[in-house]
Design a protein around this ligand. Sequence first.
Ligand code: KG4
Ligand code: ZN
Length: 341
Amino acid sequence: MSKSIIILGIESSCDDTSAAIIKNGRVLSNIISSQKVHEQYGGVVPELASRAHQKNIIPVINQAIKKAKINKNQISAVAFTRGPGLLGSLLVGISFAKSFALAMNIPIIDVNHMQAHILAHFIKEIDGKSNSPNFPFLCLTVSGGHTQIVKVTEYLNFELMGETLDDAAGEAFDKSAKLLGLPYPGGPLIDKYAKDGNHKTFSFGEPKVDGLNFSFSGLKTSILYFIKNKTKQNPNFITENLNDICASIQHSIVNILIKKIEKAVKETNIYNVAIAGGVSANSELRKQLKSKEDSHNWKTYIPNFSYCTDNAAMIAITGHYKYLNNQFCDQKITAKARLSV
Ligand code: KG4
Ligand code: ZN
C-alpha cells in the first residue's frame, strides 16, 4: 500500500489563526482561533493581528495535531498561506512553517489563499463525503478582501475572468454594517437581521461595470447618504427599520454578484458554478445560487459553512494537490501581500 499523505496546513493571512491536518484529502482536524480584539475598531488592525497570531499559533497547531490523533513525525509536508494578506500576519505562519519543516526534515508548500478558498470544495470529510465540482467550473470567490470570477479547469489551473475594481463584496457588507452601528465583521449580522426584513423596502443604485468586473464603492456611497438623510429626519430610523435596511442592502449586494455570474455562465457555457470565501456563507447568496439549478439548469456547489471563512483545511487541501504534483518551495520563500489567483 502506498504511503499516506499527511499535510499540516497553516493559515494566518488576516485575523484568524488556523491549523489543520488532512490525510489523503480527508480532514482530520481544522482548528480556528478567531481574533476578537478587532471588533471594537470596526476592522482588522494589522499590528494587533500579527501579535495575536504569535500568541495563538503554537496552541492552535498543537490542538490540530492532537485532535487529528497523529504523531508529528507522520506529517509529510507543511503547507502555509504565502499571500495575499497582511504581511505581518502572513510572516507568523510562514516562519512557523519553515522552522517546523526544518526541524522535522520535511518539505514546505506555499499556498495562494485565493486558490485555497476555491479548492476548499475538494476537502473530504472523515467519512469520505464531499460535494466536489466537476471540471471545468466557474467559481465566484467572495471574501473580505476579494471578489473574483475564476474559471477552474484542473486542480491547480485557474483563470481570472473578472474581479472588483474597488471594494470587495465582504467589505460592502462590513462597511454597510459599520454605518448601521454594527460591530466588525458585520456581514454575518446583516445576514441575521435580513432574515426578518423585507428587501423591497429600500432600493439602492446598481453599478454599471463592463464585462465580468465588479464595483461596490458606489453602493457604499449611496447607502451612506441614504442613512444620513433618513437619520436626519428620524434619529431612530436605523433601530426602527434595521431588519428591512439589512434585507435591502443584502439583496442589492447579492443581486450584483448573481448577475455577473449569470453573465460568466453565458459567455463560457460552463454550467458548473461554485461559490467560495467568507461571503459564500451568506444565506441569500446560497439560496439564490441554489435556485439556478432549477431555473437555469446549473449544477451548483455551495461549501460547507466551516470552509467558507478563513480556515487551514483549505490550505492543507491545496497543499495536498501541490504535493501530488511535487510543487514544493524553498526555505528562502517570502510572504506576498498581493498575489494574483
Ligand atoms: O474569506 P474570509 O473569512 O476572509 C477573507 O479572506 O477576507 O471573509 C470574511 C468576510 C467578511 O467581510 C465577512 O463579513 C464576510 O466574509 N461574511 C459574510 C457572512 N459571513 C462572513 N458576509 C455576508 N453574510 C455572511 N453570512
Ligand atoms: Zn479568505
